[in-house]
Design a protein around this ligand. Structure first.
Ligand code: ADP
Ligand code: MG
Length: 245
């Protein structure tokens, strides 16, 4: 039996008067790609941040492999990496430095430079499909490469739980296929991956299970055999659309 990687029970998160998440419970297992889908503003990124410990819920519990974290650094220690929706890179720094840039400074600096350089070269080759010198200054690189850098940064921490928040937004079909192949290599080793997306076709291709959010509420989790465009659209739209038909 696969272990529970992430367990959320009855999570509520508000921002002033805005209820971003309410009564959200979900469970993701090791080795699975768990999609989080929903319309704009339905709470997906908030959920990603609650799972990764960046946001503390007002109510409810979040545990990762049975342990709960109360600070982002504790979450990191539990093996969580969150690739944020916003593409955050330091333009004036090299690809290499960006890859090892954590919220608390450069990580992996205990490794010799040559080792970090080789790791950077390898992961960028895998993801991009071509060589990129890790010493390149990020500055004017295209947005798609900047997005790859943020994805690679999350993957390089060897996470047990990886969250990709709209990480294919700047990627074309072929690039997204390379991302999915890399994700599969990670889940094969037991990593649980949350993929946050609003692209239903992508989700149908990659997800093992999918949780649908509507206005901050989880309206259902679909298993592999149930993940179809029709089922998802049905859940996203909700009863109002049903009534209107
Ligand atoms: P999604 O990622 O599904 O588009 P979000 O999780 O970003 O949705 O947002 C859910 C709701 O919470 C939205 O109404 C959004 O405006 C609000 N929200 C998210 N983050 C903040 C914040 N830091 N401060 C205030 N409101 C926020
Ligand atoms: Mg979002």
């Amino acid at each position: 039996m696969a272990q529970v990687a992430a367990d959320l029970i009855d999570v509520r998160k508000t921002f002033g008067p805005t209820v971003a998440l309410d009564r959200v419970s979900l469970r993701a297992f090791e080795g699975e790609v768990h999609a989080i889908i929903g319309g704009n503003g339905s709470g997906k990124s908030t959920l990603a941040k609650v799972i990764s410990g960046v946001l503390v819920p007002d109510q409810g519990q979040v545990s990762i492999f049975g342990k709960s974290a109360t600070t982002p650094s504790e979450s990191k220690a539990l093996g969580i990496a969150n690739v944020y929706q916003e593409v955050l890179v330091a333009d004036e720094c090299s690809v290499l430095d960006n890859l090892f840039l954590g919220s608390d400074g450069l990580f992996g600096t205990s490794e010799p430079h040559a080792v970090r350089y080789a790791r950077a070269q390898e992961i960028m080759r895998d993801l991009l499909g071509f060589e990129l010198d890790p010493d390149t200054i990020v500055g004017d690189l295209p947005l798609s490469i900047k997005q790859w850098i943020t994805i690679a940064r999350g993957m390089l921490t060897n996470p047990r739980v990886l969250i990709l928040d709209e990480s294919s937004a700047a990627l074309d079909f072929e690039a997204t296929e390379r991302l999915f192949a890399k994700m599969r290599a990670m889940t094969a080793k037991g990593c649980a991956i949350f993929i946050v997306t609003h692209r239903i076709a992508e989700l149908v291709r990659i997800a093992d299970r999918a949780t649908v959010l509507r206005d901050g509420i989880s309206v259902g989790t679909l298993d592999k055999g149930e993940i179809t465009e029709e089922n998802i659209l049905h859940l996203i739209a909700g009863p109002e659309r049903e009534r209107a038909q």
